[in-house]
Ligand binder design. Structure first.
Ligand SMILES: [Zn+2]
Length: 116
C-alpha cells in the first residue's frame, strides 16, 4: 500500500494538519506533543513514539515483538524497518524531517485523520 510521504527540513516547525498541534520531533515530549492524529515517530534506529493503534497492528497483524525491536535498536543502532513501509493505515501521511549534515538522521512522523 502506497502512502503519501512529505519531506521537511528538521528545523521546520510542524503543526498537525488536522488539529494544529505543534509537533517538534527534535524536542519530543510525549506528554506535551501527542495529539490524537499522531500515529508514530521514529528515526532510522529507534521508535520514539508509537500509538496504541500502530502498536496493535505491528504486534498482532505483523507479528513483531516490539520489546526485542526496541532492544536491538538501542544496543546495536541497527537499521530499523520503516513503519510507513509495512503498515497499511487509512489516510496515513508520513512526514520525513531530514538533516543534510553528514551522518544526519531522518525522523519520520506518521499522521492520519482516521484515528478511531
Ligand atoms: Zn492532530
Amino acid at each position: 500500500m502506497k502512502i503519501q510521504k512529505i519531506k521537511l527540513h528538521y528545523q521546520d516547525i510542524f503543526k498537525c494538519p488536522y488539529c494544529g498541534k505543534t509537533l517538534i520531533p527534535e524536542e519530543w515530549d510525549e506528554k506535551k506533543n501527542v495529539c490524537k492524529h499522531l500515529l508514530y515517530i521514529q528515526n532510522d534506529s529507534s521508535i520514539v513514539y508509537l500509538s496504541k493503534r500502530i502498536r496493535h497492528i505491528l504486534e498482532n497483524e505483523k507479528g513483531f515483538n516490539l520489546e526485542i525491536i526496541d532492544d536491538l535498536a538501542n544496543e546495536q543502532d541497527a537499521g530499523l524497518f520503516l513503519i510507513g513501509d509495512i503498515v497499511a493505515y487509512p489516510s496515513l501521511v508520513e512526514y520525513e524531517f531530514y538533516s543534510e549534515a553528514p551522518g544526519g538522521i531522518s525522523t519520520f512522523v506518521g499522521i492520519s485523520d482516521k484515528y478511531k
